[in-house]
Design a protein around this ligand. Structure first.
Ligand code: HMG
Ligand code: MG
Length: 299
């Protein structure tokens, strides 16, 4: 299948990238990061997470982040909302889009959101209803699509089942999370093949962490299958607090460089994005995990 002419990037750095940071990060730093990402041409930024501050302290300033944003025209600022409580606060803060997050693994669901997969789906129903009333679109995440830190291998059929439930509930797009970055290209293709039997390919996104260094190869594999939306994190920041050892998402700079090379348009200024990666990693004292970012900074 020929590659699409355009790929949509979902920048999750301010949320997935920062949620696991051990040291407090100033709200002003988060706001500057979000603004710089918008300035680099990123049109969709997951900016915050309306989860319990006891569970994820780093996202405790979600109100300040969401209300403190300088909104750029054409940019969507989204947030995670695991339940109605989170959604109500997010709506008060003027969120434009939200995301619910489930898992293809029972054990991960319990550790991450304190309920079973079935309970989580039941909990998301009223979130979708309320969001619909408020005319806010909802994205759905499925974690552990290529493996679970607690259960190991995950059957593609289970990923397909949970994805289908989210899609049928009204999620406009389902993002497939390799939470612990264990996937390899053939496994990614097989998983996508199972999911795309029930959900149109243009309603699916890839959310691959790069723990084992396979994320770019896995992305190339699913691009070949026709997938058109990629989640990534500037400088490869991040990890999930409930998936020990999981490193960041695939770096946004590396994805843009790959897509540029394939002649696929993203609308993103790679140099500005790379400068943002250098700035945020210097500011929070983390290594830059984007090879492209490091290479461009050394020029
Ligand atoms: P719970 O303890 O079962 O919830 O947590 P509860 O309803 O029993 O409430 C307990 C307390 O939490 C109460 O406060 C509630 O008010 C409060 P208390 O009375 O004890 O003071 N609470 C909230 N506070 C703020 N915002 C809320 C909220 N809800 C309840 N929305 C809950 C259930 C889902 C809240 C909890 O488990 C949680 O916050 N989990 C978040 C975990 C998380 O954020 N993980 C990382 C994001 S997911 C991810 O990274 C994967 C992804 O990137 C894809 C991939 O890579 O695979 C998306
Ligand atoms: Mg993630």
């Amino acid at each position: 299948m020929p590659f699409p002419k355009h790929i949509r990037l979902v920048e999750v750095g301010p949320r997935d990238g920062l949620q696991n940071e051990p040291n407090p990060i100033a709200t002003a730093t988060k706001l500057e990061l979000i603004d710089r990402l918008g300035g680099a041409g990123i049109a969709y930024i997951e900016a915050a997470s309306f989860v319990s501050p006891k569970w994820v302290p780093q996202m405790a300033d979600h109100r300040q982040v969401m209300t403190g944003l300088t909104r750029r025209p054409g940019v969507t600022y989204a947030a995670l909302t695991p339940n109605l409580k989170g959604l109500e606060v997010a709506l008060e803060c003027g969120v434009e889009e939200v995301a619910v997050f489930g898992a293809a693994s029972e054990a991960f669901s319990q550790k991450n959101i304190n309920c079973s997969v079935a309970e989580s789906l039941a909990r998301f129903e009223p979130v979708l209803e309320r969001a619909k009333q408020a005319k806010v679109r909802v994205r759905g995440y499925v974690s552990c699509v290529l493996g679970c830190p607690y259960e190991g291998a995950i059957a593609p059929a289970k990923v397909a089942e949970v994805s289908k439930a989210l899609y049928e509930m009204g999620c406009y797009e389902v993002s497939l999370g390799d939470t612990i970055g264990v996937g390899t290209p053939l496994a990614a293709k097989r998983m996508l093949d199972a999911v795309s039997r029930d959900i149109p390919m243009d309603k699916l996104a890839a959310h691959f962490h790069d723990t084992y260094g396979q994320a770019l190869a896995n992305l190339y594999a699913v691009l070949e299958e026709g997938l058109g939306v990629i989640d990534s994190s500037v400088a490869g920041l991040g990890g999930c607090p409930y998936a020990k050892g999981a490193s960041g998402n695939v770096a946004s700079e590396d994805v843009v460089y790959l897509l540029n090379g394939l002649g696929i348009d993203t609308g993103i200024d790679l140099n500005k994005l790379a400068e943002t990666g250098t700035w945020i990693t210097n500011t929070i004292g983390q290594p830059n995990r984007s090879k492209v970012g490091v290479a461009l900074a050394a020029k």
